[in-house]
Design a protein around this ligand. Structure first.
Ligand SMILES: [Zn+2]
Length: 161
């Protein structure tokens, strides 16, 4: 797969400039859709290349993200038939780059888990649409790791659609 490797500060300077221009809420919304699409396509292609099935694809994706500088991703739980999953992230690149007031910084990851898990579901013949939230973030000054939870959209009271 074609890759672009860049220094973390270069990526973060771009990220923070866009966040400042759009506002974190609007930016997070756009990133969810873009990240979801990219994760789904990545998993589809990697599954074909490596002959991976079901939850193996998700584990492979988490391992690759961990090897590529985004943080260390650990699958705490995953139900491939429903898309429910809980992932912890240690040393998130967004936490390491954060220098302002305590807040959740890692919203770029939010679309990645649903995109990957929806591909896993499709491989199993299941069609579902997932939401995802960062339920705790190490940049908020109160937690050591970030935690993301993916769930069916209807089960997430915080989201519409
Ligand atoms: Zn975080």
């Amino acid at each position: 797969m074609p890759m672009i490797l860049v220094p973390r500060h270069f990526f973060m300077n771009n990220h923070l400039a866009i966040e400042a221009a759009l506002g974190a809420g609007k930016y997070a919304e756009l990133l969810f859709a873009a990240g979801h699409k990219s994760a789904y396509a990545w998993c589809e292609r990697e599954a074909r290349t490596h002959g991976l099935n079901g939850v193996e694809v998700f584990e492979h994706y988490m391992r690759r993200l961990s090897q590529r500088g985004w943080g260390q991703f650990k699958v705490e739980s995953v139900e491939p038939a429903t898309g429910h999953a809980r992932v912890s992230v240690t040393n998130s690149a967004f936490v390491l780059a954060h220098s302002g007031a305590p807040r959740k910084t890692c919203y770029m990851f939010r679309g990645w888990f649903p995109g990957a898990l929806e591909f896993v579901g499709a491989q199993l013949g299941k069609r579902f649409a997932l939401a995802c939230e960062e339920t705790q973030c190490a940049a908020d000054g109160q937690h050591a790791v970030c935690v993301f939870e993916a769930m069916p959209r209807a089960a997430d009271p915080g989201r519409v659609g």
